[in-house]
Design a binder for this molecule. Structure first.
Ligand SMILES: Cc1ncc(COP(=O)(O)O)c(C=O)c1O
Length: 423
């Protein structure tokens, strides 16, 4: 997703480009598939961010979510050594991924106390690629998948690329987030092929509850649908321990994760999907997925050979990451303690906190004002499809000092005039 493309706003150049555009043939519809007819113009906030960056003014970025640029310490020698295995010089492809790498993933689950066989795992370059494989497996063009809202803004593009339709099912907030099971059932059509759950969800930070899993299993088996569980934030727990979907027996289930978040190594491109559920469906799903994976063979040998070492990196990473998330959450709560206008919603896991703010104007407008007047960048709730205005999302892996000062600026914007936010 490119949110930083910038339209020029300087006189002559802009006029020239406008002229060129007006005389451009309408090539979109002639040359390109309609599935890629996206509006690629930057939104107002992305434009404001670009302008801010080019102004050179220091910015407190409370949306920081790239772990490699957040001051986290990695065991660089171990990581670099792991990428030099001599076996990388041989080409011995396995459509499901090298067995040693799948074993490392299976060991990861075993250490969590959960069992998954190497035979039930397929490796992919990213969780996003795993989504695509599953969509191709389950959906004919125009079929539906149910997605949670609020949620992570990745799905609409994935849906377009794979010719599927994303149908939203609501989460509701009542002392924590819950699935509106009634609304979810209402959203099912004869073309619905599966239900996506993000466990814990980004950005609401809630886990799917045991009773909700039982209901999802029941709904899916009654309607020949699958569960697609995105668990990239599974290990980042703020409350009690949470089980993975990885061995869910109650319905055909695809569980995805990867080292992008689990180990804070998004640049390495190593992820997986695991299949569980009723025996016959699971066997068929695995056979078909293997064929899809064989068509691409997208994982490279060095990264697969490094997988056991890279997965071990999660311990050091998660310790630092959760230390920071806890410290930032405590800081946020301390600053919010006496605030009558803002509060934060319950968070059970993940890296994000959701602030409830007075919904006196569009969240995007407020985020632009915070950026321009207070040099602080936060995500407005509408990025994540919150129902209505009144939400800001902040990343708790932001370095502590920046987080503390950034939150102070957001809150001071409101204390100046509670109804206007940053004004
Ligand atoms: C909930 C969720 N799923 C998937 C992804 C993408 O993960 P990957 O880097 O493995 O494609 C992200 C990225 O932020 C995410 O937040």
């Amino acid at each position: 997703m490119n949110t930083t493309i910038c339209e020029p706003d300087n006189g002559d150049e802009a006029a020239e480009q406008q002229h060129a555009k007006a005389h451009e043939p309408d090539i979109n519809h002639l040359m390109f598939a309609s599935r890629t007819n996206w509006n690629l113009k930057p939104n107002r906030l992305a434009e404001a961010l670009e302008q801010h960056r080019s102004s050179g003014r220091p910015l407190l970025d409370l949306s920081a979510s790239n772990p490699t640029e957040c001051g986290i310490k990695y065991d660089a020698p171990a990581i670099m050594r792991s990428l030099c295995a001599p076996a990388s010089l041989l080409y011995r492809p396995d459509p499901k991924g090298l067995k040693s790498a799948r074993q490392a993933v299976s060991d990861y689950y075993a250490e969590r106390g959960e069992g998954v066989s190497v035979d039930d795992l397929i490796l992919t370059a990213s969780t996003s690629e795993a989504y695509s494989f599953i969509f191709r497996l389950l959906c004919n063009p125009g079929d539906d998948l149910l997605i949670p809202t609020p949620g992570y803004p990745l799905f609409d593009f994935l849906a377009d690329v794979n010719d599927v339709r994303m149908v939203r099912y609501p989460l509701f907030y009542d002392h924590g987030w819950h699935i509106d099971i009634h609304a979810l059932k209402q959203a099912i059509t004869p073309r619905t092929r599966g239900i996506i759950v993000v466990h814990p969800n980004n950005p609401t930070g809630h886990f799917t509850k045991t009773e909700e899993i039982a209901q999802l299993n029941q709904v899916c088996s009654a309607n020949q649908m699958a569960i697609i569980a995105d668990e990239v934030f599974l290990d980042f727990i703020l409350g009690s321990a949470q089980k993975s979907f990885v061995a869910n027996p109650g319905a055909l289930t695809f569980t995805m994760s990867g080292i992008s978040k689990i180990c804070g190594l998004p640049q390495m491109k190593f992820a997986w999907l695991a299949v569980s559920g009723p025996k016959a469906e699971k066997r068929e799903a695995l056979a078909r997925l293997e064929m899809i994976a064989d068509t691409y063979l997208s994982l490279n040998a060095p990264i697969q050979l490094a997988a056991p070492v890279l997965l071990q990196q999660r311990k050091k990473f998660q310790e630092q990451c959760m230390g920071r998330v806890r410290a930032n959450l405590a800081q946020l709560d301390a600053q919010l303690a006496d605030n009558q206008h803002l509060n934060r919603l319950v968070v059970e896991g993940g890296w994000y906190a959701v602030l409830r703010i007075p919904a006196t104007r569009p969240d995007e407008e407020l985020a632009i004002e915070l950026l321009q007047k207070h040099d602080v960048y936060v995500h407005p709730g509408h990025f994540y499809d919150f129902e209505g205005d009144g939400y800001l999302v902040v990343s708790m892996i932001t370095p502590e000092q920046d987080f503390s000062e950034g939150v102070r600026r957001v809150l001071s914007g409101f204390s100046e005039n509670p109804n206007s936010g940053g004004k």
